[in-house]
Ligand binder design. Structure first.
Ligand code: SF4
Length: 369
């Protein structure tokens, strides 16, 4: 029977074919799909009783962006003097101090595609941050930002990455992937670096052994099969990562929120279905047989759905995200503090464990705030 065969292959962590992957999304009974994904998660994750979480702080480097993605309320155009900002070192300092008081160890630094900021600007920024806070890890920029700043400075993405790492970059977030299908990208973010460029930057990072993560923003104009194509593209890129290198450490799918976006004005609205998110997490776990950590986006789906996904393939609740501006500006208003996220994990039947970006255990000794 086809279902038995596909589930058996998924359980064995086989590399599923495109048709098998489509079947999982389109036809697999949800209860059985979630159970098999849970089984695989328990086999793959070192301690199946544990669900990990993290404390880091978002800081937006700048909101100036020439990309103009139709799902983004956060950016402004160059010369919108009322709105534009570039965060100064003096502004970073109290934010970092506050993060350290709360027990955090990492800055998630993201911004826009600023037309004048090249690799030199980011080198200086990372050097200064590391000078003042050598203990803080910099999880910074996304593949589109790297492609863009390399272009501004007239260097290759490899040269840009090497310089950024030398200046203090510790890992590369998976931002800016959305759906890695050119038809979708051309429609929702036509001025953004292409799918091919996203993949090229990530592959360079993998060759350099720079840890990365991957994401998916779904629920806008993509077809269900394009979601699966996205997952297969991520899996295939990970398969090209040299053995022993970090590659994609985690995969995080999250749902598009339409409030106030240009897509909403064009008639595209977000429709959130908790059970569909459970399916997304479960198929991610089974298709991405070469990525160990699948993270639930509690920020976009809320606590009850995130808890449910811990039983359908997810092993991580992500960060408490001090100061998130991009997704929240499009209608996602969920929040957690350190106590709240640990309580949510316990309520779901797991043991919370604080981790760093590389999923190494950290000791949580409470907030000093
Ligand atoms: S999502 Fe990023 S690249 Fe797109 S407009 Fe917003 S800041 Fe710019």
């Amino acid at each position: 029977m086809r279902a038995d065969e596909i589930f058996a292959r998924a359980r064995d962590r086989a590399t599923l074919t495109r048709e098998e992957a489509y079947w999982l999304w389109e036809e697999a009974p949800l209860e059985r799909l979630a159970a098999v994904a849970d089984e695989v998660r328990r086999a793959v994750v070192p301690d199946p009783k544990v669900v990990t979480w993290q404390i880091d702080r978002n800081v937006n480097i700048t909101n100036v962006c020439i990309s103009g993605c139709k799902f983004c309320n956060f950016h402004c155009k160059p010369h919108e003097v009322e709105r534009e900002f570039i965060t100064s070192i003096e502004e970073y300092r109290p934010k970092i101090e506050r993060m350290l008081e709360l027990g955090g160890d990492q800055l998630l630094l993201q911004g826009g595609l600023h037309p004048r900021l090249g690799v030199e600007f980011y080198e200086e920024l990372f050097r200064e941050l590391k000078h003042f806070y050598p203990q803080v890890r910099l999880h910074a920029l996304g593949a589109p930002e790297v492609a863009h700043l390399a272009k501004v400075s007239g260097v290759t993405t490899r040269q840009a990455l090497e310089r950024l790492v030398a200046a203090g970059l510790d890992s590369l977030p998976g931002a800016g992937a959305e759906i890695l299908v050119e038809r979708v990208r051309k429609s929702i973010s036509p001025a953004k670096p292409s799918v091919e460029q996203w993949l090229e930057v990530m592959h360079e990072a993998h060759l350099m052994n720079l840890p990365t993560s991957a994401t998916m923003m779904y629920g806008h104009i993509e077809t269900p099969r394009e979601r699966i194509d996205h997952l297969l593209t991520i899996r295939d890129l990970q398969a090209r990562c040299p053995e022993g290198n970090w590659g994609f450490v985690a995969f995080i799918p999250w749902i598009f929120r339409s409030t106030g976006t240009r897509l909403e004005r064009e008639g595209v609205e977000s429709h959130f279905s908790p059970l569909e998110y459970v399916r997304v997490i479960a198929v991610s776990r089974l298709i991405l047989n070469n990525i160990r950590n699948i993270q639930s986006s509690w920020l976009t789906v809320g606590k009850p759905t995130a808890q449910l996904t811990l039983h359908s393939g997810s092993n991580d609740m992500g960060s408490i995200m001090i100061e998130e501006n991009v997704v929240s500006s499009a209608g996602a208003h969920n929040s957690f503090d350190a106590e709240g996220i640990q309580k949510a994990i316990r309520e779901a039947g797991f043991e919370p464990r604080l981790r760093d970006q590389l999923y190494r255990e950290r000791v949580y000794s409470g907030s000093k705030a």
